[in-house]
Design a protein around this ligand. Structure first.
Ligand code: PMP
Length: 391
């Protein structure tokens, strides 16, 4: 086949490949980035769907505008104001088919082959993949316990990347969060650059410990930042509804690119979601998710203390869905993974999250397993770690 050169350098998502292995229900999987299905609002969504089809069936089944369902855009705008005091008018919000589409659209409108994109290290795999398709040249700034390394950020911004892609709250894969000072300082560095911040915030509302911190966007001029959000982790990923906010000039380009991609995000899904939001208390629903994820995280941290060798260092995130582990240099997490699959437990080896091949890290998801399975899975994984590290 005469495939495009563009596809040549792009690998299939390693995690999506791993997920195929972990479909087997006997395997305790900490691999996926899956929200807890026990907390999907299935019944409320069923009612919302029935009402939408009964009351507005023809409109819900018809083509719709590219920008998205107006009341849903208004809802998101009001929520930014109420939560953070942020003024983001509905006209500057584009509904996307998951926030993953926001990455694709940003790559399309911003990048020529060879253009520089600054990523966090480690970084979100889906973004590496989306930007790779458009020939991005990556540079990285390390993530530490307080967020991005500001010295490295300053240095890399001098190289004038077109985009700095960041997940400042409960990042995928590391679970790391920028503290308030790091957000302000990062914003100041960005103000003095000509790089646009692409801030991705799908996990920000899933905080179960510590103080809430506003998005970095709150400290920046609207021209300097495109902020993305998603209903995937606070309502349902199957709906495929996210959004991107942008100043008018960028918004215009994104809308044009989306027209060519998919005309618009499912109008049926948008209307069902909006009816759900109108007739249910989203904050109360998020509170239930936070509580459950907090318990699962505590359970995993506790089990790790009992079962992992001390040299395996792991983080204790204050929110989100992931915990991050680092093994002593020379211990390859892919070797641990091979053993773990034999023992019917799975996680994600860290290598794909690095553009430089670092191999001694791993990601654990705690949102998608019950406490009983977390205890058993961590115990099995601890045995594998001990065996590999004893060599
Ligand atoms: N960004 C990040 C950081 C993510 O972890 C994910 C989900 N894995 C996405 C974007 C995509 O989410 P969605 O398209 O479901 O909104």
């Amino acid at each position: 086949m005469r495939f495009s050169a563009r596809m040549g350098g792009v690998r299939r998502s390693y995690i999506r490949e791993i997920l195929k292995v972990t479909q087997n229900p006997e395997i305790i999987s900490f691999a996926g980035g899956l929200p807890s299905p026990d907390h999907f609002p299935a019944q409320a969504m069923a009612r919302a769907a029935a009402e939408v089809l009964a009351d507005n069936g023809p409109q819900a089944l018809q083509y719709a505008t590219t920008e998205g369902h107006p009341p849903l855009r208004e809802f998101i705008s009001r929520r930014y104001k109420a939560t953070w005091g942020l003024d983001i008018p509905a006209e500057n919000i584009l509904i996307t088919t998951g926030s993953q589409q926001g990455l694709d659209l940003m790559a399309k409108v911003m990048l020529d082959v060879g253009d520089a994109v600054l990523m966090e290290r480690p970084g979100y795999l889906g973004a590496i993949q989306a930007f790779s398709l458009f020939g991005a040249a990556f540079s990285t700034a390390d993530l530490g316990p307080r967020g991005v390394d500001l010295d490295q950020l300053e240095e890399r911004l001098r190289e004038r990347p077109k985009i700095f892609y960041a997940v400042p709250s409960f990042q995928n894969p590391s679970g790391a969060t920028y503290d308030a000072a790091t957000r302000r300082d990062a914003a100041r560095l960005l103000e003095n650059s000509d790089t646009i911040l692409l801030e991705d915030n799908p996990y920000g509302e899933l905080r179960f410990k510590g103080e809430d911190v506003p998005p970095v966007r709150a400290f920046l001029d609207q021209e300097r930042c495109a902020l993305m959000g998603s209903f995937s982790k606070i309502a349902s990923p199957g709906l495929r509804i996210g959004w991107i906010t942008a100043a008018p000039e960028l918004m215009h380009k994104l809308v044009t690119a989306k027209q060519a991609s998919d005309l618009h995000t499912s109008s049926l899904a948008q209307r069902i979601l909006y009816r759900f939001l109108e007739t249910n208390d989203l904050d109360a629903h998020i509170a239930v998710i936070r509580q459950a994820y907090g318990e699962r995280r505590d359970c995993m941290v506790e089990a790790i203390r009992r079962h992992f060798p001390e040299e395996a260092r792991t983080t204790e995130p204050e929110g989100g869905m992931f915990l991050w582990g680092t093994l002593p240099a020379g211990t390859d997490s892919e070797e641990v993974f091979a053993k773990a699959i034999e023992r019917k437990v799975a996680f994600v080896p860290g290598r794909p999250f690095f553009v430089d091949g670092t191999d001694n890290a791993f990601r654990l998801n705690f949102s998608n397993s019950t406490p009983e399975r977390i205890e058993e899975g961590i115990k099995r994984m601890g045995q594998c770690l001990k065996e590999v590290m004893a060599r």
